[in-house]
Design a protein around this ligand. Structure first.
Ligand SMILES: CC(C)(COP(=O)(O)OP(=O)(O)OC[C@H]1O[C@@H](n2cnc3c(N)ncnc32)[C@H](O)[C@@H]1OP(=O)(O)O)[C@@H](O)C(=O)NCCC(=O)NCCS
Length: 180
């Protein structure tokens, strides 16, 4: 967690509010990222995930280095009831930005990921002037590949995972290149 994000104004979608992470998100963040159905799909999540990881994540997200825009992370909140339901990030990698996201298991299959990631993608392109966005999906995650395909990401092939703990797993590379 040594790459830094910047704090931005919240983004609104019809059903979601994308905002900065805060200390009040800690318990729900632990519950979400302890869930093996979520964490096994996320290369950056330590196992087992506990409160100290959530605290470090929230602290890291709150850093706001002056002068340089390096990426963004958003907590996903449901507008209907104000509940914190997931997170996403667009962080620097390979002269591009790497997209990552998750949603609380109770909120799957309601179109929230497509809605949230679509808004963050538009923000990254228009406000942060991102040129190329990459996403890596472990094999066997059709929900995630569907989200990316719906948003216009192109499949670029199968690769070895670059995270040490997942070295034996293959990832599907997706890319989105800013239209001319
Ligand atoms: C990936 C994830 C964020 C998708 O969230 P979601 O809100 O359920 O996604 P959506 O409701 O927007 O669905 C997107 C599409 O995937 C499809 N889909 C969802 N779950 C699916 C499944 N298990 N199998 C096949 N398709 C699925 C939906 O039907 C939808 O397709 P459609 O628009 O053609 O109907 C969620 O499953 C998750 O948090 N998974 C664990 C973490 C993860 O995988 N993160 C991504 C790492 S690359």
């Amino acid at each position: 967690m040594n790459v830094r994000s910047k704090i931005f104004a919240p983004l609104e979608t019809p059903r979601l509010h994308l905002r900065s992470f805060g200390v009040d998100d800690k318990d729900a963040l632990v519950a979400q990222l302890k869930d093996p159905l979520i964490s096994k799909q996320l290369a950056f999540v330590p196992h087992p995930y506990d409160a100290s990881h959530a605290e470090a994540w929230i602290k890291d997200c709150a850093r706001n280095p002056p002068g340089k825009i390096v990426g963004c992370r958003f907590a996903i909140e449901r507008r209907e009831d104000g509940s914190f339901v997931g997170g996403l990030g667009l962080m620097p990698r390979e002269r591009a930005f790497e997209l990552g996201y998750w949603l609380d298991r109770r909120c799957w299959r309601q179109g929230y990921a497509t809605e949230a990631v679509g808004a963050a993608l538009a923000f990254g392109l228009s406000v942060l002037a991102m040129q190329r966005i990459v996403a890596f999906v472990f094999m066997g995650n059709p929900a995630s590949t569907r989200v990316l395909a719906r948003l216009g990401f192109a499949y670029r092939g199968l690769e070895d995972s670059t995270t040490q703990s997942d070295a034996s797993r293959k990832v599907l590379r997706y890319e989105f290149v800013r239209p001319e």
